[in-house]
Design a protein around this ligand. Structure first.
Ligand SMILES: *[C@@H]1O[C@H](CO)[C@@H](O)[C@H](O)[C@H]1NC(C)=O
Ligand SMILES: *[C@@H]1O[C@H](CO)[C@@H](O)[C@H](O)[C@H]1NC(C)=O
Ligand SMILES: *[C@@H]1O[C@H](CO)[C@@H](O)[C@H](O)[C@H]1NC(C)=O
Ligand SMILES: *[C@@H]1O[C@H](CO)[C@@H](O)[C@H](O)[C@H]1NC(C)=O
Ligand SMILES: *[C@@H]1O[C@H](CO)[C@@H](O)[C@H](O)[C@H]1NC(C)=O
Ligand SMILES: *[C@@H]1O[C@H](CO)[C@@H](O)[C@H](O)[C@H]1NC(C)=O
Ligand SMILES: *[C@@H]1O[C@H](CO)[C@@H](O)[C@H](O)[C@H]1NC(C)=O
Length: 485
């Protein structure tokens, strides 16, 4: 691949929506991925005092949060009303909504649809949202830390060194004395006070960051002057946590072997997005009429960070409440091959304080793209769909086990070697219930999740479904990161 080839590709990409070219391009599809709107805090201690109305009031979408996502729907309406046809009624085949199975994300998806179809309010065509979800344990696209057996197992096996490391990193950023003052101010002393048996500097810092971020959206930061003074440092603590969780911990302790084996954590979502985009490709003639023209995914900060990473942006700033990424798919007239289609992307977020009216601003996302000759280039104005796909496909797992990958060492720590019994409830029982290859190459599994040699009398069940039914296993003790924020 020569230099001129790269430059030609970039010029072509720039041309996509430049004035000279727009005439021949048509917007085919819009894909939106967003974090839920502002919510009440989700502290790990003292919930009954710190969440409005008691512990049941943690993590709920607030009025501000509803306004944010409604504004995102309005933003989409103002730009894409011509694309989203029919526009005088809601057709859930044309506008596809998918959310994690969490109340605040489902409600955020509702709000987006309400904003999008606000002109139908009060008419018989008013929107009754259709929002698809799946079990959190199988949410491989939107919640890798819950939906990937590989990550559940790895984070369970490494939680002690991981938390030790992140607490040390926290204390390099902010002093124990300052964390104690912050904890006293908020009501997090249990984890912020070095004298407390449950002292946990890392969790203290991210809970405090969260508490203040929530207070910003309700205009109530005046009661938190000390936390406000250190807010910038608390945000740094959260970003360093993202850095370690997304790969640095693996690099430092394991030579990067885990992340290489499983691929980038946003890979399944990126692949799903590309599949949706390809639905706007004409497969034969004419163009399929019922493919969604708008798809949206309602998730969390830990949905967006892995996605950015897979798409080549390794910035670990934490996405704010309501943060969104918008992809547009453009087609040349008469387009038939995937390189007659172009993808652009932008990212943005709503203002986080009431005086901003929570309105959105977006800027171009610099996309990474790869030619068929495997030359990577960056473009802030989009690239051919084929080049976008080439880049993403290069970000997947190296292990054939993919999201079910575990190392020998991880299985040993979690008592899940070949001869270990699948005692329930346990991580091993969970793992074998999720992953058909959990007994390793050449191993087979019985219906009771025991590993056996193939051909032995009880080895009949290894041809079951790829993902088996989980039998109510609870494994949610202190994995990292243990919060969907
Ligand atoms: C529809 O889109 C056009 C152009 O993008 C915009 O000017 C108009 O305000 C939009 N209509 C609504 C109801 O948002
Ligand atoms: C819990 O929060 C309340 C309200 O901020 C505070 O008064 C109380 O001291 C906190 N409890 C602990 C154990 O930190
Ligand atoms: C990483 O994997 C390589 C190749 O499989 C292996 O040789 C090496 O020991 C592993 N490193 C660690 C730290 O486990
Ligand atoms: C917010 O909305 C109010 C009332 O509509 C308006 O006066 C104000 O200018 C808006 N502020 C911003 C930052 O858009
Ligand atoms: C990378 O993503 C961050 C948000 O996480 C954003 O602020 C930054 O502008 C992005 N960089 C590029 C080059 O798009
Ligand atoms: C942003 O992307 C659009 C296409 O989506 C393009 O027209 C515009 O030139 C880009 N702006 C910058 C500053 O790159
Ligand atoms: C593994 O088994 C050992 C010995 O029975 C036990 O002490 C340990 O807690 C088990 N580990 C896990 C993660 O279950």
């Amino acid at each position: 691949m020569t230099h001129s080839g790269i430059i030609a590709a970039v010029v072509l990409a720039v041309c996509i929506v430049g004035n000279l070219c727009t005439a021949t391009l048509q917007l085919r599809q819009v894909v939106v991925v967003h974090r839920h709107g502002a919510r009440t805090p989700v502290p790990s201690v003292n919930q009954s005092s710190l969440c409005p109305g008691g512990a049941n009031g943690c993590g709920l979408l607030t009025t501000a949060g509803k306004q944010m996502l409604t504004n995102l729907g309005r933003y989409l309406r103002a730009r894409y009303n011509a694309t989203i046809q029919p526009y005088d009624y809601y057709n859930s085949d044309m506008v596809h909504s998918q959310s994690t199975d969490v109340d605040r994300t489902i409600q955020s998806a509702d709000c987006l649809l309400r904003g999008l179809y606000e002109h139908l309010d009060g008419t018989v065509q008013r929107v009754y949202p259709v929002v698809h979800t799946r079990e959190i344990d199988r949410e491989t696209e939107l919640l890798p830390w819950d939906g990937w057996p590989a990550l559940v197992m790895w984070s369970a096996a490494t939680s002690v060194p991981f938390f030790t490391m992140t607490s040390k990193v926290t204390l390099d950023i902010i002093s124990a004395e300052d964390l104690k003052l912050i904890g006293d101010e908020i009501g997090l002393s249990e984890e912020c006070d070095p004298a407390s048996p449950a002292y946990f500097p890392f969790q203290c810092a991210i809970d405090a960051e969260d508490f203040y971020s929530c207070a910003m959206t309700t205009g109530k930061t005046a009661a938190l002057p000390i936390t406000g003074k250190f807010y910038g440092l608390l945000v740094q603590c959260l970003e360093s946590y993202n850095l370690y969780a997304m790969g640095k911990f693996d690099q430092l302790t394991n030579g990067g072997n885990f992340t290489r084996a499983v691929g980038t954590f946003g890979f399944p979502l990126a692949v799903d997005i590309i599949q949706r985009m390809k639905q706007s490709l004409p497969s034969g003639n004419p163009v399929p009429t019922m493919s969604p023209v708008l798809s949206h995914y309602s998730g969390h900060d830990i949905t967006l960070i892995p996605l950015y990473n897979t798409l080549g942006n390794t910035t670990l700033l934490n996405p704010l409440f309501g943060a969104a990424m918008i992809f547009e798919v453009w087609a040349k007239d008469g387009a038939t091959s995937s390189n007659s289609f172009f993808v652009t992307a932008k990212i943005g977020q709503p203002g986080q304080t009431p005086d901003t009216n929570f309105s959105y601003t977006f800027s171009n996302f610099t996309m990474s793209c790869m030619t068929n000759k495997r030359v990577v280039y960056q473009s802030s104005s989009g690239c051919p769909l084929g080049d976008f796909e080439n880049y993403v496909l290069n970000r997947g797992p190296q292990s054939a086990m993919g999201t079910c990958y575990t190392s020998e060492a991880t299985r040993a720590i979690l008592n899940c070697t070949f001869s270990d019994p699948p005692t329930a409830p346990s991580y091993c029982n969970y793992y074998r219930s999720m992953c058909i290859d959990a007994c390793g190459q050449g191993g087979a599994m019985t219906p009771q999740y025991e590993c056996v040699q193939p051909g032995s009398s009880s080895a009949s069940a290894s041809s079951g479904p790829m993902l088996r039914k989980v039998n109510g296993v609870k494994h949610h003790n202190r994995r990292w990161p243990n919060l969907k924020r």
